[in-house]
Design a protein around this ligand. Structure first.
Ligand SMILES: C[S@@+](CC[C@H](N)C(=O)[O-])C[C@H]1O[C@@H](n2cnc3c(N)ncnc32)[C@H](O)[C@@H]1O
Length: 213
């Protein structure tokens, strides 16, 4: 299946094997365990489109410093960032997601994108090495929050910036308290109603920085 998306005046193509509904039907009981990995990577989410648009608009802020895209899925925001910096790293723990992300980078001529098959609960990346860390629609389960707060603390370079693009979800509310208690400054940068295929939602772009750089 191929999707076409316009980001800041440029048309991108993204391939994926099926839609979420089809993959969902193939899941069995074992997939719904405590560490369940539901195949959300197979969709392009409104928050992912919004983040990619934001990155394209912020391109002058992206230097040649490393940027980390947490839970990159099909690679939309990593591919767009790779147009402006050769140091964009898309991270996901699903092998299938990354193999499509890599293929999508090739389809769009975003060959500078880099990919890491990694679990954000056990990152094997150099501490303090990312000037930017971002993620789209990664705050949908409470068990993600402590590992994400830890990864921000460990991997963000001094003076670095985090961008999170997300719909408003009740389940995400404790995450903002965890960040606030750990000395992060949180500011809303933009919000928009994004309609893509059957998904229609208001999404928010948050910028997070250390209070004491
Ligand atoms: C809702 S999808 C969002 C995908 C993409 N960012 C977008 O907006 O289109 C969440 C993504 O986070 C990934 N993910 C979830 N838990 C993860 C973990 N512990 N480590 C790495 N990736 C994870 C999933 O595989 C999935 O690709």
């Amino acid at each position: 299946m191929e999707e076409r998306i316009a980001i800041q005046g440029r048309d991108y193509r993204f391939q994926r094997p099926a839609d979420l509904e089809t993959l969902w039907e193939q899941l069995d009981e074992q997939d719904f365990c405590a560490d369940e990995r539901l195949p959300y990577w197979v969709e392009i989410w409104p928050a992912g489109i919004f983040l990619a648009q934001w990155i394209a608009r912020q391109k002058d802020r992206l230097s040649m410093d490393w940027c980390l895209d947490l839970g990159c899925g099909l690679g939309v925001s990593t591919c767009v960032a790779a147009e402006f910096t050769g140091r964009a790293l898309g991270l996901d723990y699903e092998f299938a997601a990354l193999s499509y992300a890599r293929r999508n980078a090739g389809l769009n001529g975003c060959d500078a994108a880099n990919w890491a098959l990694m679990d954000w609960r056990r990152p094997g990346l150099k501490p303090g090495s990312f000037a930017f860390i971002w993620g789209a629609d990664i705050l949908y389960e409470a068990r993600f929050f402590q590992p994400l707060a830890r990864i921000f603390q460990e991997l963000l370079a001094p003076g670095g910036i985090i961008w999170l693009s997300t719909p408003q979800r009740k389940v995400s509310e404790p995450f903002w308290n965890i960040l606030a208690q750990n000395d992060w400054r949180i500011s809303l940068q933009d919000t928009e109603h994004i309609a893509y295929k059957t998904y229609h939602m208001q999404v928010y772009l948050w910028e997070i920085t250390r209070k004491t750089p």
